[in-house]
Design a protein around this ligand. Structure first.
Ligand SMILES: [Zn+2]
Ligand SMILES: [Zn+2]
Length: 108
């Protein structure tokens, strides 16, 4: 498959590793003041959808651990790969997934 952010080509698994190695800045982390949770977000390079999830610090201090950032980024890139496969499979050279995974919109 092709990396969504650059011209690199690799297997899906290697692309996942490549995303963290080459494009870690794509994952944004921020504190949601209204709900007092830590969130991460990642923009899809092909559409406006983007991804946003609540991060789970598992009782650790998220501000100080680089390992935590890595963990979050790997989860985010994994979600991105699922999204790419569901919505933009042909653009990154992945086989399309089954229909139920790709249902548009999604429930809350
Ligand atoms: Zn890349
Ligand atoms: Zn997209």
């Amino acid at each position: 498959m092709n990396c969504p952010y650059c011209a690199a080509t690799a297997s899906r698994r290697d692309t996942h590793a490549h995303l963290w190695a080459a494009h870690p800045e794509q994952v944004r982390m921020f504190h949601d003041e209204t709900r007092d949770v830590l969130k991460f977000a990642l923009d899809c390079p092909f559409c406006e959808e983007g991804l946003e999830r609540v991060a789970n610090p598992r009782g650790r201090e998220p501000d100080f651990l680089e390992e935590f950032r890595r963990e979050i980024a790997l989860v985010a890139f994994d979600l991105l790969l699922y999204h790419l496969q569901a919505s933009h499979a042909e653009r990154v050279g992945l086989p399309p997934v089954a229909v139920e995974e790709a249902s548009p919109g999604g429930m809350t």
